[in-house]
Design a protein around this ligand. Structure first.
Ligand SMILES: [Cu+2]
Length: 154
């Protein structure tokens, strides 16, 4: 009887584990030489993303040399900052819910910023709004618009 119970528990835990599907999302980092303005030339595509807690994002610096950096104060408390230089491993696991502001260090002045909302959680939104000041002046409006989008949704 005890063995049956143990086996049942093992089976159930495997089942629960299998039920959690964590996705891998793709974000492109593009350099479009034909764009009519610099803010369209350098972009994260998409620049706004909603994912589930535990999903990962693969950043493809498809053309050009791009970085992926979390913006200071635009990341949930206690989460290790994101800092990916060109040609480094580029998959980020997002296992803590909240709002993440991301930029490319090289092109943030051209609007190369993005927002990722993990688990529909906006607990750190107020701090993230303040953190917009750490983004290049040219990209602050865009960053705020991306945060607006999150607030409209959740
Ligand atoms: Cu870039």
């Amino acid at each position: 009887m005890k063995i049956v119970l143990v086996l049942l528990m093992i089976f159930m835990s495997i089942h629960v584990y299998a039920g959690q599907t964590h996705e891998l999302k793709i974000v492109k980092q593009v350099y479009n030489i034909n764009a009519d303005s610099p803010d369209k030339m350098y972009q994260f595509i998409p620049d706004y993303l909603e994912i589930n807690t535990g999903d990962s994002v693969k950043f493809l610096g498809t053309v050009g040399r791009h970085t992926v950096h979390s913006v200071r104060d635009m990341i949930p408390d206690g989460v290790k900052k994101i800092a990916i230089m060109p040609r480094q491993p580029n998959v980020v696991l997002f296992d803590k819910p909240g709002v993440y502001g991301i930029n490319c260090k090289l092109h943030q002045r051209h609007g190369m910023v993005s927002v990722i909302v993990v688990g529909g959680n906006l607990d750190n939104m107020a701090k993230a709004r303040v953190g917009v000041k750490w983004v290049s002046p040219q990209s602050r409006d865009k960053m705020n618009r991306l945060l607006d989008k999150a607030e409209e949704k959740f």
